[in-house]
Design a protein around this ligand. Structure first.
Ligand code: MN
Length: 579
């Protein structure tokens, strides 16, 4: 991050002209800004409906403000700072995001890095933009210390609950920072790349924005392991140079689809390098064209047509049994839908084939962005989107996290976002994503803290099961609850997800604290009775609280608990009350 560095010492950038207002002469835009033109044309090219003149003017105005505020600041590359927000806005424009998002993207670092305030953003660009800018503004590292990163991320997630565009801006921001990582010192480079793979890439995946995920993956990969990255790229390029080998296979698929009168496209799609490296476990020897690329079949047709196409593909080339994955009937945890299969080509090569229609193709690339774009009412709130698109995990994530402490929050977010989740169903058919090895108790807490705290048993696929029972992908699980149930310590023996463990520990420690404070208070009541002091009356007069404060406790309960725990001496306390 660059710090604010005014070009002229003492000359604070201003929003308003420093001299008395002169009569403004109507005329062309104040200054020609050639730098902003690529953004405007990207926006024009990808916008859902042709943008109006007002929106274009708004983008120019936001650019002018951002440019003026960041003037004198530079990126690590030496480029003027404004190139960064401009690039972020351009990434978002290419994704088809709306003008409000682009305005916020242009201003996204002003509040953090310049004297421009959130109040000014609100006054000059409106509430919506201010909410977005606030959502992506980092919390002050000085005030929040070690917790700044976690709390900043929590803030982003909370803001995203109200408006998902906050997360999309954050992703584009990170993508551009990754693109320009080369200018950072190696340590910072590694930290950003690692943090991206841990948190932001999984977020992009969960939101289904593969267009961003792939590039972030590869940039982080290149930063963390340049040697492996270069080797993978060279191997993939060499393999793809022989893509012609797959011509006969593609020809058979095309004629098979044509025979079914299914219009569409059959093409080869290179896998991205990080995925390729991981899938091969780092072994890149003998990489063939069919390893480096997959066959993409995009049908102009309905969901049903995709199944017909699957039949045609299997008729044209022999399928490998058990390798069909139906992500249409059983979607992943994002918006992704496709049919996957593996077939044997004429030369004996195994080919991965992906079948989808145009709509699925668009969503597979842009995920939630495709959805935000379609939302005519602009209600891009997590709840609206989650409700419409079965993104229950998003709603759960956004609601349960509010109670967790910083470190716990980041941990559980990481584990919640980590891959390898399997879909488990509620009796109503809602999908709950759980990591492999999860148990019924994890399922209960995934439904909500309240369900978890009061669960007493489970019904897995129609059979009664213990809370410790493992749940597997495809299971239908119902949780039995009782109003007076409550967590017990042994639940921790079979609770596997961070979210579950955090909840149980919090509940137990709250209960322990309550018990300790009750016990401490009883001890004090008895001791004070000998001195003819009525503790209840002392509490009523506020004496107890002021004694607690004098002794450094925020609440009387904490003082009583300390007494029970032995860190506070009974005689000392009695003297204070009896005085
Ligand atoms: Mn930024």
């Amino acid at each position: 991050m660059t710090t604010f560095n005014p070009a002229e010492p003492g000359a604070r950038p201003r929003l308003h002209l420093p001299w008395p207002r002169r009569r403004t002469v109507p005329g062309p835009a104040p200054s020609v800004q050639p730098a902003v033109e690529p953004l405007l044309s990207a926006y024009r090219a990808a916008a859902v409906s042709p943008p109006g003149r007002a929106e274009m003017a708004e983008l120019r105005r936001a650019y002018a403000v951002a440019e003026r505020m960041h003037r004198g600041q530079t990126r690590k590359s030496g480029a003027p700072y404004i190139t960064h927000p401009l690039a972020v806005a351009t990434i978002l424009a290419a994704l088809g995001m709306d003008a409000t998002t682009l305005v916020a993207a242009l201003l996204h670092d002003t509040v953090e890095d310049t004297p421009y305030t959130l109040g000014q953003v609100r006054a000059e660009f409106g509430d919506e933009v201010a909410v977005l800018v606030d959502g992506v503004t980092k919390l002050d590292g000085e005030r929040w210390g070690d917790r700044a990163e976690a709390e900043t991320f929590r803030k982003i997630v909370l803001a995203a609950a109200a408006d998902l565009r906050v997360l999309v801006i954050k992703l584009a921001d990170r993508l551009h920072n990754l693109r320009t990582l080369g200018f950072k010192e190696p340590k910072g480079r590694e930290r950003i790349a690692r943090a991206s793979l841990e948190l932001l890439v999984p977020f992009a995946e969960r939101l289904g924005i593969y267009a961003l995920k792939r590039e972030m993956d590869d940039l982080s990969f290149a930063a963390l392991d340049p040697g492996a990255y270069t080797r993978t790229r060279a191997a993939a390029e060499a393999a793809l140079a022989r893509a012609g080998d797959l011509g006969p296979a593609l020809g058979l698929l095309r004629s098979g689809l044509a025979a079914e009168r299914l219009p569409g496209e059959v093409s080869l799609r290179p896998r991205h390098l990080y995925q390729l490296f991981q899938d091969r476990g780092g072994d890149l020897t003998d990489l063939r064209p069919n390893d480096a690329a997959r066959v993409m079949v995009v049908i102009d047709g309905t969901e049903q047509d995709c199944y017909v196409a699957l039949g045609a593909v299997h008729a044209a080339l022999h399928p490998i049994p058990g390798r069909v994955k139906d992500f249409i009937a059983l979607p992943k945890f994002n918006l992704y839908q496709s049919l996957h299969t593996v077939v044997i080509g004429p030369r004996g090569d195994l080919l991965d084939v992906i079948i989808r229609n145009r709509e699925m193709h668009r969503v597979a690339e842009y995920g939630i962005i495709a959805h935000i774009r379609d939302a005519s009412d602009q209600a891009a709130t997590a709840d609206a989107v989650a409700g419409r698109r079965d993104l229950g995990w998003l709603r759960r994530l956004l609601t349960w996290q509010s109670g967790a402490a910083s470190a716990e929050f980041l941990d559980s977010l990481r584990s919640d976002l980590s891959t390898g989740h399997v879909p488990v169903f509620t009796p109503a058919g809602d999908i709950v994503a759980l990591p492999a090895g999860a148990t019924a108790i994890d399922f209960a807490y995934a439904l909500g803290a309240d369900t978890g705290d009061h669960c007493i048993g489970a019904v897995v696929n129609g059979r009664l099961a213990a809370l410790s029972a493992g749940v597997r992908g495809g299971d239908v699980v119902e949780i039995l609850t009782a109003p007076d149930g409550g967590p017990s310590g042994d639940w921790l023996l079979f609770a596997t997800t961070a979210q579950t463990r955090v909840h149980i520990q919090q509940r137990l420690s709250r209960e322990r604290a309550d018990e300790a404070s009750d016990a401490g208070r009883r001890t004090l009541v008895r001791a004070l009775a000998d001195h003819r002091v009525d503790l209840l009356a002392a509490e009523g007069r506020g004496e107890s609280l002021s004694i607690a404060r004098e002794l450094g406790f925020a609440e009387t309960d904490l003082m009583y608990a300390a007494l029970d725990g032995g860190s506070l001496d009974l005689a000392t306390l009695v003297t204070r009350f009896a005085a």
